[in-house]
Design a protein around this ligand. Structure first.
Ligand SMILES: Nc1ncnc2c1ncn2[C@@H]1O[C@H](COP(=O)(O)OP(=O)(O)OP(=O)(O)O)[C@@H](O)[C@H]1O
Length: 264
């Protein structure tokens, strides 16, 4: 379970560019929940994910991951509990290393020790089986450099890497946004399949309200660094984009002007 309580973070404090990105952001994500996160440009979505991953330190508030207070822990100390797939297919993998080497690094996430030959051989079988499940023929390309793969293939491998070892939470930051529509649909379907099969706890940022309602089991909308609404279960069933817009307008007395949220 992840609990973020009253997170506040201001970039450029004391400068003319002072920017309060998180303004009392609170959210609890229960074990096995798949939460979709929406919000206009600059709402604080990525900053929130960065704060959970330890990429940025909050000014105040508390982050508890599986009963451990990680608020002040740097990224590398949270690596064992937080897995992440980024928007940029180049960001989550090392293009100069082979598929096998990338997967080996992922399986060692959060561990200090190297792998023995016997363990390596066992993992190789696991890598081949996992890659075969993608139906992309990558199980025969373990020695290929990651840089040779297409964006969609890389995101698919990134997803595998993020789910190879158990983590308290999987963070997906608009991980299909840079892909063409067909590939994005494939990666999204793969995402829901992996999350369901492995019963992962996940937070997925998306720019599409439609997508946010179609996948996952709970939707949270951020605005100006806070949660505006949080809907799940029966309240969420059958909801359409227009209902989300009404909900936002009712909560904030504002209209949404970010077209990408509506059109995506
Ligand atoms: N490293 C940084 N330094 C200064 N300001 C930042 C930094 N990162 C984010 N911000 C600012 O914080 C605010 C929240 O940004 P954030 O990227 O979290 O929003 P977002 O909801 O993810 O938006 P988008 O949908 O555009 O990606 C924005 O005003 C942004 O410009």
């Amino acid at each position: 379970m992840i609990t973020a309580t009253d997170l506040k973070l201001t970039f450029g404090k004391g400068t003319p560019l002072e920017n309060p990105a998180l303004r009392g952001m609170s959210l609890t994500v229960h074990q096995g929940e798949f939460v979709t996160v929406i919000g206009s440009n600059g709402a604080g979505k990525s900053t929130f994910l960065n704060a959970l991953a330890g990429e940025v330190m909050v000014d105040s508030g508390k982050i508890i991951v599986d009963n451990q207070d990680v608020t002040k822990l740097p990224t590398y100390k949270r690596a064992g509990s937080v897995a992440r797939v980024f928007q940029d297919p180049l960001a989550g993998t090392c293009e100069g290393l082979t598929i096998e080497e990338n997967l080996s690094l992922a399986i060692k996430r959060g561990q200090r020790r190297g792998l023995s030959a016997a363990v390596k051989a066992r993992y190789l079988d696991q890598f081949k089986t996992s890659l075969a499940s993608l139906n992309l023929g990558l199980e025969n390309r373990l020695g290929d450099k990651m840089g040779l793969l297409s964006g969609g293939q890389r995101q698919a491998v990134s997803l595998l890497m993020a789910s190879l070892t158990p983590s308290a939470i999987l963070l997906l930051d608009e991980h299909t946004a840079a892909l063409d529509p067909k590939t994005a649909a494939f990666v999204l379907a793969l995402t829901t399949q992996i999350i369901k099969e492995q019963k992962l706890t996940a937070l997925m940022v998306t720019h599409s309200m439609k997508q946010a309602l179609e996948v996952g089991d709970r939707t949270v909308m951020l605005h100006q660094g806070q949660v505006v609404f949080d809907i799940a279960g029966k309240d969420r069933e059958g909801l359409e984009v227009k209902d989300l817009l009404e909900l936002f307008e009712k909560q904030r007395g504002l209209e949404i002007t970010d077209d990408s949220l509506l059109l995506g």
